[in-house]
Design a protein. Structure first.
Length: 166
C-alpha cells in the first residue's frame, strides 16, 4: 500500500515539474510571423541549407546557438525585405564565406572538399594493390634441414618421414 502511495507522489512530482519547465523550454523557441505557408516553407528550406557557424555540424534549423538564432532572425528580416533566396544566400556567403553553405559550390577553392575524398580513396586503393603484388612476388621461406629436425623434435615426430601425423 505504501508503494502505491509513493508511486502516486512520484507521478505527481513529475507532472508538476514538467508543467513548470515546459514553458521555459518553449520560451527559447523563436516565433516568426509569416504571411502564408509558402513563406514559412521557404524560410524552413533556407535555414536547412545554411550551416551554423558555431556548431559546424548542424544547420541553422537544428542549432540552438545564439549565433544561429541571430542568423535565423537575419534570414527572416531579409525575406521580409523582399529578397530572393539567392540574394539571401549571396549576402550570407559574402559575410561569412562558403562555409555557411552545407553544399559549397564547386570552384577551385573548394575542389579539395569535393574531390579530396575520391583522391584519398584512389591512393589507398593503389597502396593496397602495390602491397598485394609485393607479397605475391616474395618467395615463401623454406626451412633449413636443421630447422626441420628441430621442428620434428618439438612436434614429437619420431618416424622422421614427415608424411603421417604422429
Amino acid at each position: 500500500m505504501k508503494s502505491f502511495r509513493l508511486y502516486g507522489v512520484l507521478i505527481a512530482c513529475m507532472a508538476i515539474s514538467s508543467a513548470l519547465f515546459s514553458p521555459l523550454q518553449a520560451a527559447g523557441l523563436e516565433a516568426f510571423d509569416f504571411s502564408g505557408n509558402v513563406d514559412e516553407t521557404r524560410f524552413k528550406s533556407l535555414i536547412a541549407e545554411l550551416r551554423c557557424l558555431v556548431c559546424q555540424n548542424q544547420s541553422l534549423a537544428d542549432s540552438d546557438a545564439d549565433l544561429a538564432h541571430d542568423l535565423r532572425r537575419e534570414v527572416y528580416e531579409l525575406m521580409d525585405q523582399g529578397k530572393s533566396n539567392q540574394e539571401i544566400v549571396d549576402y550570407l556567403v559574402a559575410r561569412y564565406g562558403d562555409f555557411v553553405l552545407y553544399n559549397p559550390p564547386v570552384k577551385p577553392e573548394t575542389w579539395i572538399l569535393w574531390y579530396g575524398p575520391f583522391g584519398l580513396l584512389a591512393v589507398g586503393f593503389f597502396i593496397l594493390l602495390y602491397t598485394v603484388r609485393q607479397r605475391k612476388r616474395q618467395p615463401e621461406a623454406d626451412f633449413s634441414e636443421q630447422e626441420k629436425e628441430r621442428l620434428k623434435q618439438l612436434l614429437g615426430d619420431d618416424n622422421n618421414n614427415g608424411d603421417k601425423p604422429a
